[in-house]
Design a protein around this ligand. Structure first.
Ligand SMILES: C[S@@+](CC[C@H](N)C(=O)[O-])C[C@H]1O[C@@H](n2cnc3c(N)ncnc32)[C@H](O)[C@@H]1O
Length: 214
C-alpha cells in the first residue's frame, strides 16, 4: 500500500526550494486564520509541509480534476488531521460551493484565506479575475488572498532570469506568462480587496497578499 503511495507522489524540486521562505511568511500572515483553501496544489508537497507546521489551520488542497492523484497520495501518506483530501477545483468554474461543501452562510469554520503558489502565470490571464471572483464570494471581510510567484512592475525592468522564464512560458503556452502586478492589483481592488504587503522572495519571486474590505 505504502509502495503504491510512493509511486503516486510526484516530486517538485522548486517546492523544496521555496517552501521554507513561504512558510516563514505564512506563519505571520495566517496567524489568526483558521481555514485555508489552496488553489493549484501541484504535487501536494506544499499542502503537507505547511499543514504539518501550521497546525492551527485546516488546510484544503485542490487542483484541476486531472491533477489530484499526487496530492491525494501526499495527503494520505502524511495522515495529518488538519489537511483534508484534495478537491477538484478549476478557477474557470462558476461556483465552488458545492464542491467545497459550503452552504454559503452556514459553513463553519468559513474559508478565511486563499493561497495560490505559482499559479497565475501558468493559467490563462482570465484565471486571475476568476480567482478574485471566487475569493470575493468565499471570504468574509478580513479574509486574505496570498499569491506567490514572479511579477512584472510598471516602474522597473523584469529581472533577466524572469525575462527568460516569461519567454519560456509563452513559447510553451501563449496563454501563460508573468503577470503585471498593477493589472492583478486592479482586479483585486475591483473585487473588494486591498493589498496588505508585497514582499521580495528568493529567486526574484514575490509574495503578495490582499485583505477583503468590509
Ligand atoms: C506550476 S504549478 C504550481 C503547483 C504548486 N502550487 C507549486 O507551487 O508547486 C501550477 C498549478 O496551477 C494549477 N492550475 C493551472 N490552471 C488552473 C486552473 N484553471 N484552475 C485551477 N488550477 C490551475 C495546475 O494544475 C498546477 O497545480
Amino acid at each position: 500500500m505504502k509502495d503504491n503511495l510512493a509511486q503516486r507522489k510526484a516530486y517538485s524540486p522548486s517546492c523544496e526550494r521555496n517552501r521554507d521562505p513561504i512558510l516563514a511568511l505564512l506563519k505571520e500572515v495566517f496567524a489568526d486564520k483558521k481555514y485555508v483553501l489552496e488553489i493549484g496544489s501541484g504535487t501536494g508537497q506544499h499542502a503537507v509541509y505547511f499543514g504539518e507546521r501550521l497546525a492551527h489551520l485546516r488546510w484544503q488542497p485542490s487542483n484541476q480534476a486531472g491533477g489530484l492523484d499526487s496530492v491525494s497520495a501526499w495527503v494520505e501518506d502524511a495522515g495529518l488531521p488538519n489537511v483534508n483530501p484534495p478537491v477538484a477545483l478549476d478557477l474557470f468554474e462558476d461556483d465552488w460551493s458545492e464542491t467545497l461543501g459550503l452552504d454559503a452562510a452556514l459553513s463553519s469554520p468559513r474559508v478565511d484565506a486563499l493561497v495560490a503558489i505559482n499559479v497565475i502565470h501558468i493559467a490563462p490571464w482570465e484565471a486571475t479575475e476568476h480567482l478574485f471572483r471566487h475569493a470575493e464570494a468565499l471570504l468574509d471581510a478580513g479574509g486574505v488572498v496570498f499569491l506567490y510567484g514572479p511579477y512584472r512592475y510598471a516602474d522597473r525592468a523584469l529581472e533577466p532570469s524572469n525575462e527568460n522564464f516569461d519567454a519560456w512560458l509563452r513559447r510553451r503556452d501563449p496563454a501563460s506568462g508573468i503577470r503585471d502586478f498593477e493589472a492583478v492589483n486592479a482586479i483585486a481592488e475591483s473585487h473588494g480587496f486591498e493589498r496588505v504587503e508585497d514582499r521580495a522572495m528568493p529567486a526574484n519571486n514575490r509574495s503578495i497578499w490582499w485583505r477583503k474590505l468590509a
